[in-house]
Design a protein around this ligand. Structure first.
Ligand code: AKG
Length: 272
């Protein structure tokens, strides 16, 4: 664990490279988390009302928090400035050396449906079959920066799995093979309890699960290395428009995404 007073970006990078994650305790001031929480709760109330059945039956997260559907422009600008604040960019730059780009935000909460249990996965398993998963875990990965808005049980991670394939136990549990279930405990899992004010950074492709319970409401910021091929995953509505960009102190995270989007649109035009 790293204390925010002793922030050493080289040490953070080494920990991430070796373990696939790190946590910084007490990184954000209570007032900053308080203002962020007010905006996120506004989003969450409107989203829940609009997605009542989905929320009741299967949901454990929402996404596109910075989009235009539920929040007004001033709240979106505040969010964009939080996402690209010096505190966040110091961490992003420590892990992604060249042209980090913004992908999306997600909000994780406790599911209403008691049948839903906290489940192990790698994010890449929803896009790729097993053989491709074995390859993509050695390529550029998406980074999650988790900002808990209340104290929570946190996450359980399997250290090192951002760079190595599953053991038999991990594979059978994560993929629900050989009669195993994805919510069973793993002998290699490491639980990381989180408090409001902490920051957890982890690789989306490592084996992980959120731990349901307490008053969990956690904002995840997703970023990636521009060298990775992730631009198709980005919804343009969650990006700032040019009037908003002018009000963002350090907009390079969003500018990098906008550049990638415009390059991929140009390629599309050539293909037509
Ligand atoms: O917190 C959760 O429920 C799951 C988190 C997760 O899977 C993720 O952030 O990719």
């Amino acid at each position: 664990m790293i204390n925010s007073n002793e922030l050493n970006t080289r040490q953070l990078n080494r920990h991430y490279e070796e373990q696939g994650y790190f946590v910084i305790r007490d990184y954000f001031a209570a007032a900053d988390i308080g203002s962020l929480r007010d905006i996120i709760l506004k989003f969450h109330q409107l989203w829940k009302k609009d997605n009542a059945d989905f929320y009741k039956e299967v949901a454990f997260n929402s996404s596109l928090i910075t989009g235009s559907e539920y929040l007004e422009s001033d709240d979106r600008i505040t969010l964009f400035n939080f996402i690209s604040s010096t505190k966040i960019m110091t961490i992003v730059d420590a892990v992604i050396k060249n042209n980090p780009a913004f992908m999306n935000t997600q909000l994780f909460f406790n599911p209403i449906n008691p049948e839903l249990k906290d489940f192990w996965h790698r994010d890449c398993q929803y896009d790729h079959d097993i053989e491709v998963q074995k390859i993509v875990i050695h390529e550029t990965q998406v980074l999650h920066l988790r900002v808990p808005l209340f104290d929570e049980l946190g996450m359980e991670l399997v250290p090192g799995t951002h760079k190595r394939w599953d053991t038999e136990e991990e594979f059978n549990v994560r993929q629900e093979e050989e009669g195993r279930l994805s919510n069973e405990s793993l002998s290699t899992g490491k639980k990381i309890k989180l408090a409001a004010g902490d920051l957890l950074v982890f690789s989306a492709d490592m084996i992980h699960r959120g731990l349901y319970g307490m008053d969990r409401l956690a904002l995840d910021i997703l970023v990636f290395d521009s060298a990775g091929d992730f631009s198709d995953y980005i919804d343009p509505d969650c990006l700032p428009n040019s009037a908003m960009l002018a009000q963002i102190d350090d907009p390079r995270l969003f500018n990098n995404t906008l550049d990638l989007k415009s390059k991929s649109n140009q390629n599309l035009k050539f293909e037509i």
